[in-house]
Design a protein around this ligand. Structure first.
Ligand code: ADP
Ligand code: ZN
Length: 665
């Protein structure tokens, strides 16, 4: 080893604190700088990593003989300083390693690195931009001007616009302005599958300047998007789901986060457990780009930020085509049952409404939050409710394969009416999931085309897209579905939306359940209504007086409760989830976490508590809830706590899994 050697700090896509040091073989010295891709050996395995720093002297704490040389320098556009900074900020905020963020950003290059010959440049065979933009209406122009004015003061904007008010129209105007200035635009949406319509619309506007990016795309197409952006600074608009926030932007002028309230912006597993919306805010600070959040039902977080002056709120209250107020009808199922007005799960007046809609040639969307045929079964003799042997959840009955199955671990057993607890042949189906509702509707409307849209029937992307196309082309009259059907649809003949059993929305044990229920209802309502007719929604519930339905809560009221009980957005929430197959070790881990949290100076901690589902697939789960004051920075505490958690995991030799989650949903 000569003294002239260079050393590099390499970031690996792993859960490793910090970087690793390697020395640089002389023949590649000139190819090395910050951001260079390299291949290295760690514990006899090869990894792809990124050079974060170069130095001329060996680190003092490692014996020189122990430092391995780099294996190889990879010929690929280097990672930019702004990306590395973003990874560091995200990892600090979300309590993970920069390596884990790097892995999430470049998954497609890390899994199976493509050989050079397989890498093919994608030709832009799409049409060139036609600038088919519509002129903005008066209300839209006003909103647009208000947004621009806020941008000019360096402010971020929350556009609160009802569905159909033309938010998308405003986004495209703002985006094309940026592209004309030679800048890039990031346009985030919650779920791309249902945004196919949007993609087509944007393609017309932006031609081959539009890049689409989401996790259901093939690795090859995702790689070509990364390659197009890498260091090019070209004026692209990227339409993508949350992971698009990690793309290598270099000249970002504007970020739009549509449906900013949507839960699917949050990555649950694996780390980084980030919220795409909030990550986008950090990204906009790094690039000094404008930032626009849009929603018909803003999150409480954003309403709070608007009240606090962190966001400028711009309202767009008018639908573009018509402004007839939607018709909301609430049906009290208890009352209807007493009056013997129910046919199966449908009240007579709902059926009449559906019949009228179909006769007029309209389409209907029926929402039910539970899939399966019967969400659970129960013995009419002894009252026993069969549960999954591996999880702490009831088994659901699926008629199509006559089985009881677990939605958490996939466990399945054939269904017989014999109760395992008392041996009587008395197991009865309880409740009505999407499968049963579909069946009932088929009996009630035998000559109508009825389909079901849930994770069972749309397992493949092509089936999902076909069902959306079929509904759009009116080959389906009634579509029954779960949460999946509430997002981003735009169907011209959809007149009526039905919400079955709204009570199941209120029964969720979560401080956010009312916010979620209200958002869902507004989103559903946004799907209904044609250009010349008002949208209609019928809600069946046993709690017609529920505050979410009576609509009596003002924005201030909604936030008041959160303030009172110190919930987000008034505090920052952090959960620590502990999982272990061994109860004793789990208990031990929990005790150690509690001690560690107190050592770190955390005062508001509760737990360990068993979550609503406390066992999944034989693994027990416990949770801690930690609250941080928003006014103070929690950065130092989080960093210290993370180190403690790693140490606990090490001490337990990987037995317990410990997962910190910042701003959980
Ligand atoms: P949002 O995104 O707020 O739900 P959209 O942008 O999708 O609303 O607009 C709803 C409908 O109105 C779309 O069919 C859109 O093409 C149409 N629209 C909105 N603004 C205009 C406009 N300025 N000129 C023509 N059509 C418009
Ligand atoms: Zn199970």
């Amino acid at each position: 080893m000569t003294d002239s050697k260079k050393y590099v700090e390499v970031l690996l896509p792993l859960k490793l604190a910090g970087t690793l040091t390697y020395c640089v073989p002389q023949e590649v010295e000139d190819d090395i700088r910050q951001g260079t891709w390299v291949r290295v050996i760690l514990r006899a395995k090869q990894y792809t990593g990124i050079v974060l720093g170069v130095s001329n002297s060996a680190p003092s704490d490692i014996p020189a003989g122990k430092i391995l040389p780099l294996e190889e320098v990879i010929d690929r556009a280097p990672v930019q300083a702004s990306e590395i900074r973003f990874w560091k900020e995200l990892s600090e905020y979300y309590m993970c390693t920069a390596g884990e963020v790097f892995r999430a950003a470049y998954t497609v290059f890390l899994k199976d690195a493509p050989s050079a010959k397989r890498r093919r440049k994608k030709e832009g065979n799409r049409e060139t931009p036609q600038n088919v933009q519509s002129e903005l209406s008066e209300a839209q122009s006003e909103a647009y001007a208000a947004i621009k004015e806020a941008f000019s003061r360096g402010k971020r904007v929350l556009l609160h616009g009802v569905t159909g008010s033309g938010k998308t129209e405003i986004y495209t105007h703002l985006a094309s302005e940026q592209l004309n200035k030679g800048k890039q635009v990031l346009y985030l949406v919650p779920e791309i599958a249902v945004s196919k319509q949007l993609q087509t619309r944007l393609e017309k506007c932006f031609g081959n300047r539009l890049l689409t990016f989401h996790s259901k795309m093939t690795s090859a197409s995702r790689r070509s998007v990364i390659e197009a952006l890498s260091g090019s600074g070209g004026p692209y608009i990227v339409l993508g789901t949350r992971s698009a926030v990690l793309l290598p932007f270099s000249n970002l002028g504007l970020i739009v986060v549509d449906e900013e309230h949507d839960q699917s912006y949050k990555q649950v597993d694996p780390a980084p457990r980030y919220n795409g919306r909030d990550a986008a805010m950090m990204l906009s600070a790094i690039h000094n780009s404008s930032m626009l959040l849009g929603s018909a039902t803003p999150s409480y977080e954003s309403l709070y930020n608007a009240a606090d002056g962190k966001l400028v709120k711009v309202d767009l209250a008018q639908k573009f085509y018509n402004n007839v107020p939607p018709v909301v009808r609430i049906i009290d199922t208890n009352r209807e049952r007493r009056l013997r007005n129910m046919r199966g799960d449908f009240s007579a007046s709902l059926l009449k409404e559906m019949k009228n809609t179909l006769e007029r040639g309209g389409q209907i969307l029926v929402f039910r939050s539970r899939r399966a045929y019967a969400p659970f079964v129960q013995c009419t003799e002894c009252g026993d409710v069969p549960k999954c042997p591996r999880c702490d959840v009831t088994l659901s009955y699926h008629k199509y394969n006559n089985s009881l199955s677990c939605h958490y671990c996939g466990y399945r057993e054939p269904f017989t009416t014999r109760c395992k607890s008392c041996s009587e042949p008395a197991l009865a189906l309880r409740g009505a999931g999407t499968e049963k509702i579909e069946e009932e509707l088929q009996e009630l409307f035998p000559d109508k085309a009825i389909a079901r849209f849930d994770s069972e029937t749309t397992a493949s992307k092509s089936r999902e897209e076909k069902m959306i196309r079929d509904f759009a082309a009116h080959r389906i009259d009634i579509l029954v579905g779960t949460q999946m059907i509430t997002k981003g649809f735009d169907f011209e003949r959809l007149e009526l939306v039905v919400l079955m059993n709204a009570d199941s929305l209120f029964a969720v044990q979560d401080f956010r359940s009312d916010e979620r229920a209200a958002q869902l209802i507004t989103q559903l309502l946004g799907r209904a209504g044609r250009r010349d007719t008002p949208g209609r929604i019928v809600i069946q519930t046993a709690q017609p007086e529920h505050p979410v339905l009576s609509g009596t809560l003002s924005e201030a009221d909604k936030l008041k409760e959160r303030a009172l009980f110190r919930y987000p957005p008034y505090v920052r929430l952090l959960t620590i989830t502990v999982k272990d197959k061994n109860e004793g070790r789990l208990w031990n881990a929990c005790r150690m976490i509690d001690d560690a949290a107190r050592r770190c100076g955390i005062s508001e901690i509760s737990g360990p508590v068993a979550p609503a589902i406390s066992t999944i697939d034989g693994t027990s789960i416990r949770e801690f809830w930690i609250k941080f004051d928003k006014a103070k920075s929690s950065k130092g505490i989080k960093a210290a706590l993370l180190r403690e958690l790693w140490n606990i995991e090490k001490e337990l030799k990987g037995g317990s899994i410990i997962i910190p989650d910042v701003d959980p949903i």
